[in-house]
Structure formats: structure tokens, C-alpha cells
Design a protein around this ligand. Structure first.
Ligand code: FES
Length: 102
């Protein structure tokens, strides 16, 4: 179990290991665009992982390739639909207020 804090609202939610950040964010009643429904195909679920980098799954090839196509990515960028909570540490994510995907 990890505590996930969602910025900018500061809302927190307990998340079971194996849950994607996208599912966690939606479960917290936060709004996040996810046009391709979690297939790493649209990039609209781009978020910044502010804390807890080791508490989520590593970036896979599909996610990496999709991130490469997004404007405004940085070292904290993840696709919420591809990052799975490992339950090993608490996590802080930042929702981005702009549509960065296709
Ligand atoms: S929902 Fe499309 S890439 Fe995550």
C-alpha cells in the first residue's frame, strides 16, 4: 500500500500495489485526460512524478517512445496509465493543466 498525493489539489489516497497511477488518480475523483484508455498510445495522461520515483514501475519501451513525442516532458515525466504503484514508498504526482498529448 502506498499513499499517493495528487497535486495541485493535495488530495491523498491509499493505493494498493499493482494499481496504475491513472486508476489511482481517477479513484481520487481527480480529472485526468486518458484518451486511449491506458494503451500508451495517446500521451494525454502525462503527469510529473514529483516524489516516490522508486515506488512505481520502471518506464517501459512503449511508454518511453510515447513520452519522446510529447512536448514539455522532463525527467519527472510519466504516463499515468503505464506507471504501476509498487507499494514500497509513498508517491506524489502532479497533474498538468495542459493537454500535452495528441
Ligand atoms: S491514457 Fe493514453 S497514454 Fe495513457
Amino acid at each position: 500500500m502506498s499513499l499517493v498525493t495528487i497535486l495541485p489539489s493535495g488530495k491523498t489516497i491509499d493505493v494498493v500495489a499493482g494499481t496504475t497511477l491513472l486508476a489511482a488518480i481517477l479513484a481520487a475523483d481527480e480529472t485526468i485526460t486518458h484518451k486511449c484508455e491506458g494503451k500508451a498510445a495517446c500521451g494525454t495522461c502525462h503527469i510529473y512524478l514529483q516524489e516516490g520515483r522508486k515506488g512505481v514501475s520502471k518506464i517501459g519501451r512503449e511508454e518511453n517512445e510515447r513520452l519522446d513525442t510529447i512536448v514539455g516532458i522532463g525527467s519527472k515525466s510519466r504516463l499515468a496509465c503505464q506507471a504501476t504503484v509498487l507499494g514500497t514508498e509513498n508517491i506524489k504526482v502532479e497533474l498538468l493543466g495542459f493537454g500535452s498529448g495528441l
